[in-house]
Structures are given as C-alpha cells and as structure tokens.
Ligand binder design. Structure first.
Ligand SMILES: [Zn+2]
Length: 230
C-alpha cells in the first residue's frame, strides 16, 4: 500500500496503483474516507499506527465494492469505530442490496459493483452537514447517494468517484478511454455533471479522488473537466 502525504491534515493510501482511500486527521484521531476493496483492513490500520493516531470513524462516499470492501473487517476490530454514510446510501450498503429507485430519481438502472456490507451505518451525513473538519457535499450521479467531503482547513476535496483523477481530472462518466472502470458501473451522467458543476461553488484547492493521484488546480481544473463533459 503506497502512502502519499497530501497536507498536514491528510494522506492518500493507494492499492494496486489506482484504488485510493484517505486518512484525515482530526482532534480525536483519524477519519478514514472509503476503504478500497476487501483485504486492506490490517494494512490501513498499520498505516494509521505509523502515522500515530487511531481511526475513529469510517466515512463512505458511495456503495461500490472498491470503496467498501474492507469496512466489515475495520469495524470488527477494536476500538469500536463509527460508520458514516449518506441516508440514500444505506439501502445500497445493506446485504442483500436494495436497488429500488426513489420517486425523484432518474429511471435508470445501475449494474454491478454493489456487494453490500454486514456492518450497520451508525451515523448519517447529508448535504452541507459538517463532520469534524469535513463538509459533506451531495454529489449524486455516479451512484445515488454519492457524497464528497471538503476539508475546509486546506481545500482538499475527497471526491470519491464523483470525479476521477486517472490521466487527468475528469467528471465521472467522461473518464479517458484507458480508464473505463467507473463507466461500467455508472448510474446517471446528467446528474454526475450537475454535481460537478455544483462543486464549483466551493473553495476547492485540490482533488483527492477514488482513482488516480491527488490533483492540484482548484476550480480552474474542475471547470476544464466540466467543459470537456458538457
Ligand atoms: Zn464507484
């Protein structure tokens, strides 16, 4: 597992070269954003120990398997950790998964990549709510219930798969041909684009995505990605 320091507040943890999760330092320890696939729990715990603080909570951007695969193993171990996700993610996280769409959502099916977890969400977080140093921003599109988190101390956006940073910064649904993975499991491209446009209202300095290196460039970089998509 490769560790890349983002700022004094956060680090990127990378498996297989392109699947990321993030440790964000808070006063009481770490918030872990996403978990990569199964089999990463002991490695993630080891990194937190090396960095000198316990993981207090696990926060999920969305329910795809390459983000939630190590949740159960991380929540099984001591000390007890809370599990935070959006309300809309809950039926997509349970096992078996409930893929029914809500009345106000586009009538578009989504496929694959939803293994569910056994752990229960202990705390929900919604648009514009604050969790420690992180502001939750609703970014549906890649999946229903997708949320991103902005560290307001340094402008780092933890974008999950709302944006993709492989090759260049892209809106989910418009990734480069050599990285089609997020496209296979994509839900609504129009909603993903609307979410990316909405992100331009926030003071973002850099993008820490589920896939690809951390990208600087702030709002101008995001505007370029949106222009390429629209
Ligand atoms: Zn995803």
């Amino acid at each position: 597992m490769r560790i890349t320091s983002i700022s004094t507040h956060s680090s990127q943890l990378t498996r297989f070269g392109f699947i990321n999760c993030y440790l964000v330092r808070e006063a009481d320890g770490f918030t872990l954003i996403d978990t990569t696939m199964a089999g990463a729990a002991s490695k993630i715990l080891g990194v937190a120990e090396t960095l000198g603080a316990p993981i207090r909570r696990v926060v999920l951007t969305h329910a795809h398997g390459d983000h939630i695969g190590s949740v159960d193993a991380l929540l099984d171990s001591r000390p007890k950790r809370s599990l935070v996700a959006s309300e809309r993610s809950k039926p997509l996280l349970q096992r078996p998964v409930d893929k029914r769409l809500q009345a106000d959502e586009p009538r578009k099916e989504f496929f694959g990549g939803l293994p569910g977890i056994l752990s229960k969400v202990t705390e929900t977080v919604g648009d514009n709510e604050v969790l420690g140093s992180l502001r939750c921003i609703a970014t549906p599109g890649h999946l229903p219930g997708h949320v991103s988190f902005l560290d307001e101390r340094d402008g780092t956006l933890f974008a999950g798969d709302a944006l993709v940073a492989v090759g260049r910064l892209s809106v989910s649904g418009w990734t480069p041909w050599y990285f089609p993975l997020p496209e296979f499991v994509m839900w609504s491209k129009p909603l993903a684009l609307a979410s990316a446009q909405r992100l331009m209202d926030y003071p973002i300095e850099r993008f820490a995505c589920g896939h690809g290196p951390v990208r600087d460039g702030g709002i101008p970089a995001l505007r370029q990605a949106v222009d390429r998509a629209g």
